[in-house]
Write a protein that binds this ligand. Structure first.
Ligand SMILES: [Zn+2]
Ligand SMILES: [Zn+2]
Length: 159
């Protein structure tokens, strides 16, 4: 009779639950609802085997979290991830648009065409701009301070 000892790396599902998958969250559109996805927490461990049957794990090599919806792997810290609220997403979209040179009034119209009402659009933009306005000398369009060139008339902006 002979006995085969060995050791093997194995992946074991330790836990499952709901989490906010950053990848899935990022793919929801701006008006999308927050939806939690199922995850599995997987432990990678070296197992001591006897006749190729895992007996006990003697070394945990690591753990990771896998989203069951998009299959992305994360480290365990992802379970603390809180997705941005709708307001935060809108604000960061506005900031990005303004910094890339979209005139303030055009952005308000753009938001309205995406379903915000006039008050929502205006106050969301005002919150981001908070008075930091520069005006094109040539066509009088308003931009976020820091924009140097008018995207409409190519005119110089600033004092
Ligand atoms: Zn996912
Ligand atoms: Zn201009």
């Amino acid at each position: 009779m002979f006995i085969i000892f060995g050791n093997k790396g194995r992946e074991v599902t330790e836990n499952t639950g709901q989490f906010n998958c950053p990848n899935c969250c990022a793919q929801q559109n701006i008006t999308g609802d927050e939806k939690q996805h199922q995850y599995t927490q997987i432990k990678v461990a070296k197992y001591f085997t006897l006749f190729f049957i895992p007996i006990f794990d003697y070394k945990t090599l690591g753990r990771y979290i896998k989203c069951q919806h998009c299959n992305t792997d994360y480290n365990e810290k992802v379970l603390d991830y809180i997705p941005p609220t709708f307001e935060q997403q809108v604000a960061s979209y506005i900031e990005q648009e303004l910094k890339s040179g979209t005139p303030i009034s055009m952005l308000v119209n753009k938001l309205k065409s995406q379903g915000l009402d006039n008050d929502q659009a205006t106050s969301a933009v005002d919150n981001v701009v908070s008075g930091n306005i520069v005006t094109c000398h040539n066509c009088n369009m308003d931009f976020l301070k820091g924009v140097e060139k008018c995207s409409l008339c190519e005119g110089r902006i600033g004092n």
